[in-house]
Structures are given as C-alpha cells and as structure tokens.
Design a protein around this ligand. Sequence first.
Ligand code: GDP
Ligand code: ZN
Length: 327
Amino acid sequence: MVREVPLEVRLPATHELAIGTELEGVIVRDYGLWFDVQTGAGIVRCTLRGILKRERVKTDLAAVGDRVRVSVASLETDPPEGSIEEVAPRTRSLSRLARGTDDVEQVILANPDQLLAVFAIEEPSPSPRMIDRMLLIAEARDLPAVVCFNKIDLDAAELLGELTERFTMAGYPVLQTSAESGEGLDELRAHLQDKITAFAGPSGVGKSTLLNALAPDIDARTGEVSDATGKGRHTTTWVQLFQIAPDTYIGDTPGMRQIGLWGVEFDYLDEYFPEFQPYLGQCRFRDCRHLSEPGCAVLEALEAGKLHRDRYDSYRALIGGDEEDLG
Ligand code: GDP
Ligand code: ZN
C-alpha cells in the first residue's frame, strides 16, 4: 500500500534568512549548551542568550517542547546558528525531580498537549494494567491521553475488540493502527494535528515504525539530523521532538518509566479514573475508598455494569500502592 505523505512535510525552507533575522520555533533537541529549534525556515542551532540564564532557577531555563524566539547569528554553518532570545511560559510539563535535589524540576518535555499510549495488540501482548498505570500518570499531570493499539495487521481481532471496549468505557479515545500496512494512520494523523504529543509505550510495540510512517524523512531510531558542526553529537535528554507537519510534533518518551508515579497523590486515586467521575461525591461516606463500604456509588455503578470490571480491579490493585512495571 502506498502511503500519502502530507504535502506540508516536504515544504522546503522558504524564508530568506539573514544575520539578525528573528524566528519563532519549538525546541526539538537539547544538547546541553546547544538547542535545536525547529522554525518555519528549518532547524536553527542555538545557545541561550546570557540574560535568560539568570532566570527561573528552580526549573530548566529551556527544554524540549518550549516555544521560543530565536535570532539568527551565523549562516556559515549547517544548520545555521543563533541564540534563544525568549522562552514562552509553559502550559504544563512532563518533569521529574532533578537528581540530588528536593525542589529543582527537571523538565523532560515542555508543553505536551497529549500522551499517546502505544501498545501492540500482539508481539508483545499488551498488559491492560500497564496501560492503566500509564493513563494514571497522564491523569495525574492533567495530560489528555489517547490509547493506540498498533500491529492490528496481526490476527488478534477478538482481543482488540475487548480492549477497545475496556478503554472506551473509561472515556479514552482508542486508535487502531498498523504501521506496517498503513491502516489507521490517517486517523492517528488527525489526532496528532497541531499538537505536541508524547509517544509512550514499551519497546517493541512499533513507536519508531509509526514515527517513520508518519514522517518518512526522519530516521526515528537514530534521530539523525544534519550535523555538520558536530555540536549536536550528544543528546543529553530523554526526549526529542520530530515535526511531522506544521505545528505538529511527536516526542518519543523513553523517560516515562523514570517519571513514574512521582507526584501522584494516592489519596486521590479515584479522581484519576475518569469513568468514576460521575459517582464521586455520591457515596455515603465522604472518604469512601470504594472498596467494600456500604452505600458506595462506585460499587453500585460497577454492579449495574456501568463500569468495566477489570478497570475497577486495576483501581483496587493500584490503591495498594502497586508502582511496578510502568513500561
Ligand atoms: P519501538 O521499540 O516501540 O520503537 O518498536 P519498533 O518500531 O522498533 O518496532 C518493533 C518491531 O515491530 C519491528 O520489527 C517492527 O517492524 C515491528 N512492527 C512495528 N509496527 C508494526 C505493525 O504495525 N505490524 C507488524 N506486524 N509489525 C510491526
Ligand atoms: Zn465509594
């Protein structure tokens, strides 16, 4: 099957660049002292302007996903070089505590709009509990989540139907794709449009293959970009963004496991199960944990078939503080 590549991806850089030209863009890679900024005129490799370095000490000054304004400083190099003049305030971020500190935030991805939880329907078989934990991480960070089952070309229709129902009942959009055959990719593309999406999921489920199918010009496995200067040899961060269309970025997020459940308030676990929402506050006891309490609205909904039994069992397992196996 021939896949159609959206025209925009192939658009060449049309801007006439000059020294001092100012451009807006998004940081897509972080090399420590240098940052690659994706602009409408291609990548500009930037340092942080001195004045910026004195601000925001409790978090990273600039991180992958940040929207920035850059000024071009040199056209002799490939990519051109410049400096980051301004970093826009973050809407939200995926972050963790910087090692060896108790109050410094290390940003893994700034401004994510959503999380795409990618799992294979087979090879490797998906673990619904692992998916639940990933969704919990997203909920705890107010990050909308979408479930994507890849490898639907493998014959697993029955399981696909069951799991799709399980997560649809919980209120999540569920996508079904095959990076191999191209099935479902248009719908996936539509979900990604104009957003920064963090791809997360266990290895082997097809994240790189999906990325390559969405943006065939990119080698997702190596993340290779033009690097004549040698300044971009070592990425220091967990994540890099790939632009697949204008204003549309995908970040492969190998750091998801390390973000883990840091910051998740286990007392409020029920609030992280969106399908429980209509029943919360309706239980007889205000501090009801929905385990075996009389007059529990969640248990009543479960008995009435309004909640998926296995999602509820997953909630019970998580309330026991089960933090393993985040994928
Ligand atoms: P990642 O670790 O999540 O990045 O997974 P990869 O993209 O490296 O894919 C792992 C393996 O699954 C590779 O051998 C791919 O060719 C294969 N694969 C990826 N997507 C599909 C798919 O949709 N169908 C099938 N049958 N195989 C796939
Ligand atoms: Zn209850």
